[in-house]
Design a protein around this ligand. Structure first.
Ligand code: SAH
Ligand code: SF4
Ligand code: F3S
Length: 444
C-alpha cells in the first residue's frame, strides 16, 4: 500500500481541499503518513497569492523530488502554471477543480500506464463532484466547510479568480448534509468558507438564508464565516447573526487600502468613507462585534499621502486584528501591467508603520476586555505552556486560560466562562488575537 503525505500552503480553502484530497486518497486505499520522509507520494497544495507563497510550495516539492518521492502539485500554482517551467520536477499536477482524478492518475503512474497528460484538468469545467465532503472524517472540534468556489470580483491585484475560476455556490442541501455529518462526529464549531461569502446564491438561498438554515438545522456551539467583501455585506446578514443562536459576531472585512484613489485602482467597489460607514453599521447591529481585516501596502501609485489614508482608517475603525501584506505583482492580473513603483525599502517601512498602528488599535481593544466576562471555547493548549488551556471567545479572540484545569481532556470542545486579565504584547509582530484570561465560573 502506497503511503502519502500532504502539505498545505495558502488559505483556508486549501486547508479544506487538502482534507477532501486526503479523504479521496484514503478511500482509494492509500495510507497517510505524518512525515514526508516516510511517504512514497508527496503532495503539495500550493498558493500563488504572493510570489513568496508560490516559491515555498514549489521549493517543497523540488526538495521532495530530490529525495526520490513521487511529487504531486495541487492548488493555485498548479492551476496557474500548468506545464510551464515552474512544474519541472513534478510528476503530476492537478487544477483546483480536478481532485477527484487524483487516485486514478496516481495508480496509472504507479503501474506505468499513464497515458494522459501529467498536468490534469486546468479548465474549470470539472466542478468537484465527489461525495468526499459528505463522507469526510472530522479531524478536530472545529472544521471548515467550503460553501462556494472561485471568485468573480477580479480585484486588479488578485490571482484568485484565475486560479479558482468563476464563482459557483454549492447547493445549501449539500452544505447542511456535510455540516450534520461533522456534527455527528463531535465537531462543535464550523467555519463557512468562500472568497466572498456574502455573494453566496445557490439559485434558491442567499447567504443570510443559508445562515438561518444552518442555525436552525444544526446544534453547533459556533458557526463562523469568512471572507466578507465590504461591498456585499448586507444588513440581513448582520440581523441574522444578532438573532441566531450560534452564528458568531466576527466579521473579517478586508480593507486592502484606505485611499479611495487606490481602492478604485484595485477595483474594490467601495470608497474609504463607505468602508468606515459599513464598520459603523456592523457595530450598530452587533455592538460587541470583532472586526478583522486584510491590508496591503505598496500598491502601484501608492503615495505617502495614500498610505496615510490607510493609517487613518486603522485609527478610526480600530480593528481587532489585521493581516498585513506587501503588494506582490501577480502575472496575468490587471495590476501587473502597472509600474510597481513603490521601492522595496518604502514598502518595508510602510509595513512596519502599519503593523505598529494595527497593534496600537488592537491593544486598545484588548485593554477594554480586562475584567469583562466571555464565553470561551477550549480548543487545545497553549503552544508556549502546555499546562494551560487555550481557546477563543465568540468574537474569535484567542486566549490562554489560567486556572487548574487538566488540559485537553474533558475541557476540549467545551465552553467555559472566563474573565479578561491582560493582553500579551508581542512588539514586532501583529498581535495575534492574543489575550490572557483567567477562568471564572465553569459551565461544562
Ligand atoms: N477573498 C478574500 C481574500 C483573498 S486573498 C478577499 O477578498 O479579501 C487574501 C489576501 O491576500 C487579500 O485580502 C489581500 O490582502 C492579499 N493579497 C491578494 N493578492 C495580493 C497581492 N498580489 N499582493 C499582496 N497581497 C495580496
Ligand atoms: Fe481576490 Fe478580490 Fe476575489 Fe478576494 S474578492 S479573492 S481579493 S479578486
Ligand atoms: Fe492562495 Fe489560492 Fe488561497 S492563491 S490564498 S491558496 S485561493
Amino acid at each position: 500500500m502506497k503511503k502519502f503525505y500532504i502539505r498545505t500552503f495558502g488559505c483556508q480553502m486549501n486547508v479544506y481541499d487538502s482534507r477532501l484530497v486526503r479523504e479521496i486518497l484514503l478511500s482509494s486505499g492509500f495510507v497517510e503518513v505524518q512525515n514526508p520522509e516516510d511517504a512514497d507520494i508527496v503532495l503539495s497544495n500550493t498558493c500563488s497569492v504572493r510570489q513568496k507563497a508560490e516559491e515555498r510550495g514549489v521549493k517543497f516539492l523540488r526538495d521532495m523530488k530530490k529525495l526520490g518521492k513521487i511529487t504531486v502539485m495541487l492548488g493555485c500554482v498548479a492551476q496557474q502554471h500548468g506545464g510551464e517551467e515552474v512544474i519541472e520536477g513534478v510528476d503530476l499536477a492537478f487544477g483546483t477543480r480536478s481532485y477527484r482524478l487524483i487516485p486514478h492518475a496516481l495508480q496509472s503512474l504507479l503501474n506505468g500506464s499513464l497515458l494522459e497528460e501529467r498536468i490534469m484538468a486546468r479548465d474549470f469545467g470539472l466542478l468537484e463532484l465527489t461525495d468526499a465532503p459528505l463522507k469526510r472524517k472530522a479531524t478536530g472540534i472545529s472544521e471548515f466547510i467550503n460553501i462556494m468556489q472561485g471568485c468573480d470580483n477580479f480585484c486588479s491585484y488578485c490571482i484568485v479568480p484565475y486560479t479558482r475560476g468563476r464563482e459557483v455556490s454549492r447547493p445549501a442541501e449539500h452544505i447542511i448534509k456535510e455540516a450534520k455529518n461533522l456534527e455527528k462526529q463531535g465537531v462543535v464549531e464550523i467555519t463557512l468558507l468562500g472568497q466572498n461569502v456574502n455573494s453566496y446564491f445557490d439559485g434558491r438561498f442567499q447567504f443570510y438564508e443559508l445562515l438561518q438554515f444552518l442555525d436552525r438545522e444544526t446544534n453547533f456551539l459556533r458557526i463562523r464565516f469568512t471572507t466578507s467583501h465590504p461591498r456585499d455585506l448586507t444588513y440581513s446578514v448582520l440581523r441574522t447573526i444578532a438573532e441566531s443562536k450560534s452564528i458568531t459576531d466576527w466579521i473579517h472585512l478586508p480593507l486592502q487600502a484606505g485611499s479611495t484613489k487606490i481602492l478604485k485602482m484595485m477595483r474594490r467597489g467601495y470608497t474609504k468613507d463607505e468602508y468606515i460607514e459599513i464598520t459603523k453599521n456592523i457595530r450598530k447591529v452587533l455592538p460587541e462585534a470583532t472586526i478583522t481585516t486584510d491590508i496591503m501596502v505598496g500598491f502601484p501609485g501608492e503615495t505617502e499621502a495614500d498610505f496615510e489614508e490607510t493609517i487613518d482608517v486603522v485609527r478610526t475603525v480600530k480593528f481587532d486584528h489585521a493581516f498585513t501584506f506587501i503588494y506582490s505583482p501577480r502575472p496575468g492580473t490587471a495590476a501587473a501591467r502597472l509600474k510597481d513603483d513603490v521601492t522595496p525599502e518604502e514598502k518595508g517601512k510602510r509595513l512596519r508603520v502599519l503593523i505598529e498602528e494595527v497593534n496600537k488599535a488592537a491593544h486598545e481593544k484588548r485593554v477594554q476586555m480586562i475584567g469583562k466576562f466571555y464565553e470561551f471555547l477550549v480548543e487545545g493548549h497553549s503552544r508556549k505552556d502546555s499546562s494551560l488551556s487555550a481557546g477563543r471567545n465568540r468574537g474569535f479572540i484567542k486566549g490562554v486560560i489560567l486556572g487548574n484545569y487538566p488540559v485537553g481532556t474533558y475541557l476540549l470542545g467545551k465552553v467555559i466562562d472566563v474573565r479578561g486579565l491582560a493582553p500579551i504584547v508581542k512588539p514586532i509582530k501583529v498581535i495575534d488575537h492574543f489575550e490572557l484570561f483567567e477562568n471564572a465560573t465553569v459551565s461544562v
